[in-house]
Ligand binder design. Structure first.
Ligand SMILES: [Zn+2]
Ligand SMILES: [Zn+2]
Length: 105
């Protein structure tokens, strides 16, 4: 007999009220957090790391940036732009993910 132990991520939905996804525009983004658990036989036992809350869009199946104003994709005028390495389009440098294709900035 041998033990199967490891660290396993566990996705938790923090809010049942969906917010508007700034990427696809659908109200299907949920506040989500990924916690990491020490697991034994694939059963999460001890929380080892608590993740940061983020918005996960059910439609896009990817995390989207947390906008203060959920009414629309309002880009804060920080003045700095980042060029996406994947789609080569520019977006505000305050974004963690490219709003065009979802590539991590
Ligand atoms: Zn979306
Ligand atoms: Zn992109």
């Amino acid at each position: 007999m041998f033990l199967i132990a490891g660290i396993q991520p566990k996705t938790r939905r923090l809010d049942e009220n969906p917010q508007r996804c700034p990427v696809c525009g659908l109200t299907q983004a949920y506040a989500t957090r990924v916690d990491h658990y020490l697991s034994l036989f694939f059963i999460p036992l001890i929380p080892v790391k608590r993740g940061e809350p983020f918005l996960l869009c059910e439609h896009c199946q990817r995390p989207v940036d947390d906008f203060e104003d959920a009414a629309g994709p309002v880009v804060p005028p920080s003045g700095e732009e980042t060029v996406c390495v994947a789609c080569k389009r520019t977006f505000d440098s305050s974004f963690k993910y490219c709003p065009h294709c979802g590539q991590r900035a």
